[in-house]
Design a protein around this ligand. Sequence first.
Ligand code: HEM
Ligand code: CU
Length: 446
Amino acid sequence: IAVNQEMLAELTAPPHVPTPIGRRKAKKLVVNMEILEQVGTMTDGTTYNYWTFGGSVPGSFIRTRVGDEVEFTLSNHPDNKLPHNIDLHAVTGPGGGAESSFVAPGHEKTFSFKTLNPGLYVYHCATAPVGMHIANGMYGLILVEPEGGLPEVDKEYYIMQGDFYTKGKNGERGLQPFDMQKAVDENADYVVFNGSVGALTGDNAITAKVGETVRLFVGNGGPNLVSSFHVIGEIFDKVYVEGGDLINENIQTTLIPAGGAAIVEFRVDVPGTLVLVDHSIFRAFNKGALGMLKVEGEENKKIYSGEIREGIYLPEGPGIQNMPTTDEIVEADIPAKSFDEQMEFGKQVYMQNCFACHQSEGQGVPNAFPPLAKSDYLNADVDRAISAVVNGLTGEITVNGVKYNSVMTRQMLSPDEVANVLTYVYNSWGNSGKVITREMVQKVKN
Ligand code: HEM
Ligand code: CU
């Protein structure tokens, strides 16, 4: 391939998509994707530590054409805590690229692939525990357009459903850690479009004008739930079933599998607010899977004669139906006055900072996060354990006879918080019962 045929891919955050490929020839397409772990808003008053491809959930939209040679560089930001990789369903090759892209924080990896099959494909992280990486938001869409491009339309948007599992119930306030057990049980607290409740409602609604044709690239990251994608007040003129070549017409609701996608197209004929839902309807009105397409323009009484009110479904809302509790906030740097207080404060720190990886009973996650319960590694050396928390830990270690070779980044905690959390860990789950003080922590901190 000649050098002048190389081009940098335009990447976009949802609900936007890059410029259509049109009639361009196959090229070498350079994709630079950055992984960012960052706290964002799940719903009013509730935050979540999202793991993202490109800083958004879903991750940046990638637009290619069949025959492109994609040179893909995956960078893992140095502030991130974990290694990640990428499995693109558009790739023909081992792990969809996962094997060649496994990358630790502060590193980057490059691999390349040829787009052989046109279609709309999901990409996602495939690092163990895979379900946890996907559940934290590590998915997105890559479009491979056919030769000559998709037919022109007036508006194109990017929408992706995902289910989230939080320690607290739907609507519980504060930073909510991931809950492994709820994820295994497929008991979602939030089911949303584009990463959060309200990402596509109110001021964030997508728009079109009467008479325009609209194309939605709809994906489903899962990790668990299948979407019954429906637009209230509209019929899909065309659905590219499962994102492939098969076109179905005149569809009310289309199934989008976890790890799958569909392209839906329709012309908007009358003004009003169309409501995008997962028609497993409690998810829409009680867990967040609700978006809006606002259509402006002239009324057409022949097509629809009645009154059209905006937000007709809003009174029920993407409902937060429980009163929030605010009593779980940890006060940093208030020294514990007794062992009992150290245990109490330490447990709070644990639930906010360690639980997601080391789990509620310190049991860890096989092949990914070592146990803290009855951990020989922990009990053998206090300074080493403190160091893992305040300075981070990488490289091969053996815990209770099992090898781990991963990364734990340093935890952003005050010396008192570290003393409390480690006291809690040492006095739980069959550990040796040591008490850690602020002074012991300060001695070990680099
Ligand atoms: C290792 C404690 C947060 C991932 C360890 C170890 C300890 C420890 C004592 C040494 C091995 C063992 O005894 O099992 C803590 C505490 C945390 C915390 C007290 C909270 C303040 C986290 C988080 C993650 C994580 C949030 C994941 C994002 C890991 C990993 C290792 C490890 C991957 C093994 C590192 C290696 O292979 O070298 N942790 N941890 N930890 N932790 Fe944590
Ligand atoms: Cu990941």
